[in-house]
Design a binder for this molecule. Structure first.
Ligand code: PEP
Ligand code: MN
Length: 338
């Protein structure tokens, strides 16, 4: 439930409502708004009896929250969450473009690709130093050496970096280097990792689990937020279906649904959805057209020798064309937002 205070409610009245919530054994979560404060009621097992709160001094109204998620919901937080990463603004009016290789392979590789990403107008550099791979025999990333390479690219080109954290063991290390910490599809319901992410001082990019419903995905974000980290970026990366013509099926309908249900920014990764280079550009254009807040695109200058996901990586020239196209489409789609 959400308890909405009057505009002129006093601090004493607010404290009295919080005390009453806590006396019931619930947790009160004050949400300061532009002109009034609301108090979210958390950790109730069943329905909350609103009669207890409706008549307290300073209370305007109570609103039943019907969804299982609360902190991530629009009901709790009507305005969009806007996340600042250096000079990049995620969740605002601009389409944010993240580009880079699947995996950090060498300093030369990352520097080459980062330069292309920068010149093309990309905003953020991606690259995995810890790679979750289906096969134990595959390349699993360079670990801390890879993070150091990303740090060099960041210093050289002024691009913030997003990189994946795979487990609790490497969390502190990844947090030291990353500007945005990625939790991958395979870890979307790794609840201890989500709770740790809730204590991170950096934004979290939370990919959708490959078979997760939107509700399950939003509940995963709720884990991060309940631990105190409000900066969660959702990333749609395709879900597992029966088709064979693509690696996954990009669920673009999730974008308007998430934008309706949640205030958190949502970006789209067409590379892991497609699995094939020729599908990435059309899917990226479609993602911009449905008003995703950003895109994450794999780019490689020598995809034939990439150690991971070369077949779905765009060539630098394609990435440059795509950056131009996407910004134009996003401008149209946000000016006709309904
Ligand atoms: C990635 O972005 O490098 C990645 C492994 O993606 P996903 O978790 O979506 O498979
Ligand atoms: Mn990849």
């Amino acid at each position: 439930m959400l308890i909405v205070m009057n505009r002129d409610a006093t601090k004493e009245q607010l404290d009295a409502v919080i005390r009453t919530v806590e006396l019931q054994g619930y947790t009160a979560h004050p949400i300061p708004g532009g002109d009034r404060t609301s108090i979210g009621v958390l950790y109730n097992q069943g329905a909350v009896d609103d009669a207890l709160f409706r008549t307290l001094p300073g209370v305007k109204e109570t609103i039943a929250v019907t969804k299982p998620y609360k902190l991530v919901s629009r009901e709790f937080h009507p305005s969009d969450t806007v996340i600042h990463v250096g000079e990049v603004v995620i969740g605002g009016e601009q389409l944010v473009i993240i580009g880079g290789p699947c995996a950090v392979e060498s300093e030369e590789q990352v520097m080459t690709i980062a330069k292309h990403v920068k010149i093309a107008g990309g905003d953020i550099l991606r690259g995995g130093a810890f790679k979750p791979r289906t096969s134990p025999y595959a390349f699993h990333g360079l670990g801390e050496e890879g993070l150091k390479i990303l740090a060099k690219a960041k210093a050289a080109f002024g691009l913030p970096i997003v990189t994946e954290v795979m487990d609790l063991d490497c969390f502190d290390m990844v947090e030291d280097y990353a500007d945005i910490i990625q939790i991958g599809t395979r870890n979307m319901q790794n609840f201890s990792l989500l709770r740790r992410a809730g204590h991170a001082g950096k934004p979290i990019l939370l990919k959708r689990g490959m078979s997760a419903t939107v509700d399950e995905w939003l509940m995963a974000a709720e884990y991060i937020m309940t631990e105190g980290n409000p900066d969660v970026i959702l990333c749609e990366r395709g879900v597992r279906t029966f088709v064979k013509h693509s690696r996954n099926t990009l669920d673009l309908s999730a974008v308007p649904v998430v934008r309706r249900e949640s205030h958190l920014p949502i970006i789209v990764d067409p590379s892991h959805a497609a699995g094939y280079r020729d599908q990435v550009m059309p899917l990226a254009r479609a993602a911009a057209a449905v008003s995703a807040h950003g895109l994450m695109i794999e780019v490689h200058h020598a995809p034939e020798s990439a150690r991971c996901d070369g077949g779905q990586s765009l060539l630098p020239d394609q990435f440059e064309i795509l950056c131009r196209q996407m910004r134009a489409i996003f401008d149209v789609s946000t000016s006709t937002k309904s």
